[in-house]
Write a protein that binds this ligand. Structure first.
Ligand SMILES: Cc1cc2nc3c(=O)[nH]c(=O)nc-3n(C[C@H](O)[C@H](O)[C@H](O)COP(=O)(O)OP(=O)(O)OC[C@H]3O[C@@H](n4cnc5c(N)ncnc54)[C@H](O)[C@@H]3O)c2cc1C
Length: 385
């Protein structure tokens, strides 16, 4: 049984970013590191969008960035200039290639394509079983997501951000490539929170994504019909679909950190790095993977990495409302965007706001009655976890 200082299971956004940061830090040069993923991660299997203030670490890899976003609902519609912020789009193929190139320079980091079957913390080490081998490690950093954890409980509200996206090329200049449609709720809601993203790469080329924040997935044909109808609605007739993507992102305040042990740390969506109220994960992963690599240099007990903040409570209350009244999404988001500066909203969602600006956002969000009753309903979880 081969032994490693660190094994990273899953080489997606969080696993690969962690390995990349370890490869850049000479502290880890003397450590044996193994990366295990069942897939050969090198394709455009997802498109990441995120907002960021000023310049960012991945700017040289971006497919596009926008200075304006468009919010549209029946209550409120506006093109919003982002000022110091940009909304950025990164395609995973570029991202994986860049990170693998750097990681490949390090002889102490090995990558094996294999499916992980199980892992167990034995107290002084962790045993990881894959399809073809058994490995031992001092520390396991795991990003493989176990959906069962969420489906086998009903204590914490669990919604999904699920979507189908089409990259389309139109015959004419039909898109305004200076504006990213962040949320267009001007569609039948059918009792859910349903909206469209339109992310133009040029005047003729865009990613259009039909997205729901809800409990149940739809048949693929339903997302696709909605995109077709939307294209018609915004007057786009002649176009070609060049690529498709599909996703299902967990939205929950489930305490993933309780699965961590002294020698096993869960990261990425599996570690609760997905913002429960929005499904956004990429920017938080950029931040957390940096913190993690510093943490690994000074601390042996991985269960100490997680720190709960007030945003956990805010997200729990928000999800409590959407879980019970899924049809309210459009008016809730409209009240947030209408009554607050976008910079304050982004800071709030990035978990970097001041108490004062956070409370302003909370008190301006409607309908108040639903938030008050979600707060009361979730009080036992807030107090006792
Ligand atoms: C299509 C799509 C679009 C998204 N868009 C955005 C966005 O715009 N903005 C944003 O912030 N977030 C977005 N997300 C959410 C989130 O950023 C991504 O899901 C992100 O990839 C999560 O990173 P992760 O490391 O947790 O998981 P992943 O990147 O999914 O990595 C997990 C890895 O584990 C591997 N794996 C799984 N099971 C096993 C096993 N048994 N053995 C070995 N390996 C295994 C998988 O192959 C995968 O490579 C999107 C998600 C999807 C699916």
């Amino acid at each position: 049984m081969k032994s490693y200082d660190y094994i990273i299971t899953g080489a997606g956004a969080s696993g690969l970013m962690t390995a990349y940061r370890m490869s850049l830090d000479t502290y880890f040069d003397g450590k044996e590191i193994l990366i295990l993923d069942k897939e050969n991660k090198n394709s455009n299997d997802r498109t990441w969008c995120y907002w960021e203030e000023g310049k960012g670490e991945w700017d040289h890899l971006l497919a596009k960035k926008w200075n304006n976003i468009y919010f549209r609902s029946t209550d409120y519609s506006e093109v919003i200039p982002l000022d110091k912020y940009h909304y950025k789009m990164l395609r995973s193929g570029e991202f994986y290639a860049f990170l693998w190139e750097q990681i490949g320079k390090k002889k102490n980091i090995l990558h094996i394509q294999d499916e992980v079957i199980s892992y167990i913390d034995l107290g002084n080490s962790v045993t990881v079983k894959s399809r073809t081998a058994v490995f031992e490690t001092s520390k396991l950093i795991n990003s493989i997501f176990h959906t069962d954890l969420l489906t086998q409980q009903d204590k914490y509200p669990y919604l999904k951000q699920h979507f189908v996206g089409w990259f389309v090329k139109a015959d004419d200049d039909v898109f305004d490539d200076k504006v990213a449609t962040f949320m267009d709720f001007n569609l039948p809601q059918n009792g859910n929170t349903r909206f469209m993203y339109v992310l133009p790469l040029s005047k003729t080329h865009a990613l259009i994504e039909y997205t729901l924040f809800s409990e149940h997935l739809l048949p693929v044909s339903e997302y696709e019909t909605a995109i077709e109808k939307y294209m018609e609605q915004i007057g786009i007739k002649n176009y070609m679909i060049t690529e498709k993507e599909q996703g299902n992102i967990p939205m929950t305040s489930f305490p993933f950190e309780k699965q961590n042990t002294k020698n096993i740390l869960h990261i990425g969506s599996a570690g609760g790095w997905t913002k429960a109220s929005t499904g956004y994960t990429f920017a938080l992963t950029t931040k957390k993977s940096k913190e993690l690599v510093q943490f690994l240099k000074t601390e042996g007990d991985l269960s100490k990495f997680y720190k709960r903040s007030r945003y956990w409570f805010f997200d729990l209350i928000f999800l409590g409302v959407l879980h019970r009244n899924n049809e309210l999404g459009s008016s809730i988001f409209a009240s947030i965007f209408k009554n607050n500066k976008t910079q304050d909203i982004f800071r709030f969602l990035d978990e970097k706001g001041s108490w004062y600006s956070d409370l302003k956002i909370i008190f301006r969000t409607r309908p108040k009655i639903n938030f008050t009753s979600s707060f009361l309903r979730n009080l036992p979880l807030i107090l006792f976890g």
